[in-house]
Design a protein around this ligand. Structure first.
Ligand code: ADP
Length: 566
């Protein structure tokens, strides 16, 4: 039934000249199909002659016309048009005018209007799109021939009356030819546009398939886990590496992220679902180097995760990409380094304390030889430096410092440390300016914040070898105390500025100039300030100078509360 229906559909679409299917036919098929309307009309005339106009079948020219037409139809079927030069088939519509002329002449007045059959070859010629002007001219002249040849060939009197009797036919044919030509031209142009678009679309599809293959290859060949989410947080792309990480955390293909074995820094406390990376990215958060401990020990790995948002051309969020980088080796190495530093500095501290004790004893002895006294002075200065270094190393290795914030007279604290720095300043080219507002009260641990101030002030001196002003400012801003130390020293490049608060960071300038230091002071200062709930930042321009600014919470104290100050 279905096959029958399809066949019917096909026949109907051929008959209604569905252009696409017509063009898919062979040339022979197209020639037969183009001739068929004329043949069917001729058949209709013959049948009507058999039924109603017997005398028509007695007309010799009419029968010759029908016979010639039958020959042409046979040629359409038999000639291998596909193997001949393309335009050869035009012979058929051209020859069609001859049998039509015969039939028209033979039909005489028995059946009028047979000459109108010329419309079929005219349409065919015009619709072929080949030799458009010649086709129109031939259609017109052949139609003229159909009406004039009988006048000249028979003994009818040739005069203006007989010549113009059927004069309308060639002109109607010409008009039809022109109309068909215009329609065909516009259809062909449209067809070309459609084909061009088709080709462009095809190219686009190929390009997008190529890009997809490229993306898949790249995504699967990188050594980091990767997942892309749509705007609703559903995964749209994930690579094999991520599958391996998920397997490590006890996940299979469709395990939800919340069911994976992901832990916090201690490697044991399960990370809450809301703080897991894919979930955070789906919530629209952007983060970098978010460290997580995946899987159970001993196979546990440390992954550094980052997320970025994807936006469309209009700038609205379209989803996000999360990356997972295995940094286990790096974290292990860093831990080993911290442990080593802690052990070594611990071991150094005890003998150093003994040395400092004996030095104090010795320098306090009366009647020392001047050379011995100055030698002891050098030893003592250097042992102090060594002591400071060991203390820094220990506090850096110990992790977050302990602080006990209490309401503190911050203005006094700053001024005292500026005065001490000024006193110990060995560079006569450096001068100090203190613009601290009076009566500032901060909630802080005075000795720890004193450590921060000392570090910033000593850096300002150390990194201003050419001298300059060191300006200290402290004011109350937005419910916080803001303190800044500005120097006119060497400054730092934007690249160096990025690492300034990292442990063991030193600029190449500082190293080359052999300015003493190990790059721990600022990392410790940052940890102290952050432990107070504050912030510390740095602005610096190479060759111009630097400003370090930290903020601490202001303290609100009542009359009877004691301020911390020494
Ligand atoms: P240290 O001074 O002991 O090297 P810090 O942690 O205090 O360690 O400083 C880290 C690095 O930052 C320094 O080595 C120096 O290169 C740079 N730096 C710090 N303060 C300044 C400053 N005021 N001007 C220029 N560079 C600075």
């Amino acid at each position: 039934m279905d096959g029958e229906g399809q066949r019917m559909d096909r026949v109907l679409s051929y008959l209604t000249l569905n252009t696409r299917q017509f063009h898919e036919l062979t040339l022979r098929g197209r020639v037969i199909l183009s001739q068929l309307p004329l043949s069917l009309t001729v058949l209709l005339i013959v049948v009507s002659g058999v039924l109603f106009h017997r005398d028509l079948l007695a007309s010799g020219p009419f029968l010759v016309g029908v016979g010639l037409h039958a020959v042409l139809l046979a040629l359409c079927v038999l000639v291998p048009w596909d193997r001949l030069p393309h335009a050869t088939f035009l012979v058929i519509p051209l020859l069609d005018f001859i049998p039509i002329g015969f039939m028209r002449y033979g039909a005489g007045t028995v059946i009028t209007g047979v000459g109108l059959l010329a419309v079929f070859p005219v349409i065919w010629l015009a619709a072929s799109g080949l030799f458009p002007r010649a086709a129109l001219a031939v259609g017109f002249l052949a139609s003229l021939g159909i009406v004039w040849v009988p006048v000249f060939a028979t003994d009818v009197e040739v005069n203006s009356q007989t010549l113009t009797q059927s004069f309308l036919l060639p002109f109607i044919m010409l008009a039809i030819g022109v109309t068909i030509r215009v329609m065909t031209a516009s259809m062909m142009a449209q067809q070309e546009v459609v084909e061009e678009k088709d080709r462009a679309l095809q190219l686009l599809l190929e390009e997008s398939a190529r890009r997809e293959r490229l993306l898949e290859t790249v995504v699967n060949s990188v050594d980091i886990g990767l997942i892309a989410l749509d705007e609703a947080g559903r995964p749209i792309l994930a690579n094999r590496k991520l599958e391996r990480f998920r397997a490590l955390a006890g996940g299979t293909g469709d395990t939800a992220e919340s069911d994976l074995r992901i832990f916090q820094q201690d490697g044991e406390t399960v990370l809450p679902a809301a703080r897991r990376p894919t979930r955070r990215a789906a919530d629209g958060q952007v983060f970098s180097d978010y460290l997580l401990w995946w899987g159970d020990r001993p196979a546990q790995r440390v992954l550094s995760t980052s997320s970025r948002q994807m936006t469309n051309q209009a700038g609205t969020r379209e989803g996000s990409v999360v990356t997972f980088n295995d940094v286990t080796e790096l974290v292990t190495a860093l831990n080993a380094k911290d442990e080593f530093v802690a052990t070594v500095s611990h071991e150094l501290r005890t003998p150093l304390t003994v040395i400092r004790g004996y030095l104090e004893l010795l320098t306090g002895m009366p009647d020392l030889e001047p050379t011995v006294a100055s030698g002891l002075e050098v030893v003592s200065r250097n042992s102090e430096r060594l002591h400071k270094l060991v203390i820094d190393l220990l506090s850096a290795a110990e992790g977050p410092p302990e602080v006990t914030p209490v309401p503190t007279d911050f203005s006094e604290l700053v001024s005292r440390h500026v005065a001490t720095a000024e006193e110990g300043n060995g560079n006569p080219l450096v001068r100090f300016e203190d613009h601290t507002s009076p009566d500032l009260v901060a909630l802080c641990d005075a000795s720890r914040i004193g450590q921060v101030l000392d570090n910033l002030l000593s850096n300002a001196i150390k990194y201003s070898p050419g001298g300059g002003r060191v300006t200290v400012r402290a004011t109350a801003v937005d419910g916080e105390v803001e303190c800044s130390v500005t120097d006119e020293g060497s400054g730092m490049s934007p690249e160096e500025l990025k690492g300034v608060f990292s442990k063991f960071f030193r600029t190449s300038g500082a190293r080359n100039a052999a300015i003493p230091g190990v790059g721990l002071g600022l990392a410790i200062s940052k940890a102290i300030v952050e432990r107070h709930g504050g912030t510390i930042t740095c602005r610096s321009v190479e060759g111009v100078g630097s400003t370090f600014t930290f903020r601490l919470p202001l303290a609100h104290i009542s009359q009877d509360q004691q301020l911390q100050s020494q």
